[in-house]
Design a protein around this ligand. Structure first.
Ligand SMILES: [Zn+2]
Length: 315
């Protein structure tokens, strides 16, 4: 039998059924396609995942065991951003490598101000905003205010909401599940904040020393302070003069802890701790930096517990 004859024998309803099946398969395929999100930091990727769940596919550029200010992006990062629907970043000058990476990827939607770009500093009350413009030649790398704002869990709350709004805007079909996951994250945060109250009581009014000036947001949340740093200016390595000054400062102020993330060298801070009796406390700046900090809330939890335990430790 020739094809023409078979076609003539088949009822019109058959073709309609075939057409309907193809339509359903195609529309299901496009509906199931998750939104492709690339973030600069692992912490932002975790927050996107908390809100986006299986409706998003998330990757990050900066490995958490490296200083987020200075990252060498790989060719695979360029490719990821080229294909991304959404690029999420810290804004300000946190990622000194962000603009060259965006230029290399050439994704027109991912450039600042475009629909596929989300600056998480939006709506955050920034700390340490300089009253006069700074110049990078002066050595500073926090030119527009302190960019490490994600370490205040109240800012985590705002960032999760900002992410939810953006996902809803880009993918309205999944807005209900985005909102449901946001609510569940905020509820967990509320529970954690109740657990953290006794830790905040321990930390209240304490002064700590830090390697880099990256803790003012966690400090303002928890009630402690960091006024002096191993780096004489953010991004400038410790000098002998600075270390000599700090040795006296720690003794004078009876400072009990020197805090730093995993990726700064521990020789100078370790020596300073040994000479003064302060303790060196290694905590996390980003999700995944240590196994204990495997998500955003666990990271904040780990940091607060580590510092509080040092404050309570016997000399
Ligand atoms: Zn910094």
């Amino acid at each position: 039998m020739k094809t023409k004859e078979i076609t003539r024998l088949l009822p019109a309803s058959f073709f309609l059924a075939v057409a309907m099946t193809i339509f359903v398969i195609v529309s299901q395929a496009s509906a199931a396609q998750p939104l492709r999100v690339v973030t600069t930091l692992s912490t932002f990727a975790d927050l996107v995942k908390q809100v986006g769940g299986d409706d998003v596919e998330v990757a990050y550029v900066a490995p958490p065991k490296f200083n987020p200010h200075f990252i060498e992006a790989r060719p695979s990062d360029v490719l990821k951003i080229k294909k991304a629907d959404l690029f999420v970043h810290a804004g300000l000058d946190l990622e000194a490598w962000r603009d060259p990476l965006l230029d290399a990827a050439g994704n027109p939607n991912a450039f600042p101000g475009q629909s596929g770009s989300l600056d998480l500093s939006k709506g955050i009350a920034l700390l340490e905003v300089p009253d006069k413009p700074l110049n990078r030649l002066m050595g500073d790398i926090h030119l527009y205010g302190n960019p490490h704002y994600w370490l205040d869990p109240e800012n985590g709350r705002l960032m999760a909401k900002t992410i939810c709004d953006k996902l809803c805007e880009m993918d309205p079909a999944h807005c209900d599940p985005y909102h449901a996951r946001l609510e569940s994250f905020l509820k967990k945060l509320d529970q954690k904040e109740t657990e953290w109250k006794p830790l905040l009581a321990v930390l209240h009014g304490k002064e700590l020393l830090a390697y880099h000036n990256e803790w003012p947001y966690l400090a303002s949340y928890a009630g402690f302070e960091t006024r002096q740093f191993l780096e004489p200016k953010p991004g400038i390595p410790p000098s002998p003069k600075q270390l000599a000054f700090l040795q006296n400062y720690i003794a004078q102020k009876q400072i009990k802890a020197i805090i730093q993330p995993t990726y700064y060298p521990k020789d100078n801070s370790g020596r300073l701790a040994q000479r003064t009796g302060a303790r060196l406390v290694v905590i996390c700046q980003n999700v995944g930096e240590l196994p204990q900090a495997s998500d955003y809330l666990l990271m904040i939890d780990y940091d607060l517990r580590q510092i509080a335990a040092t404050m309570e430790a016997k000399p």
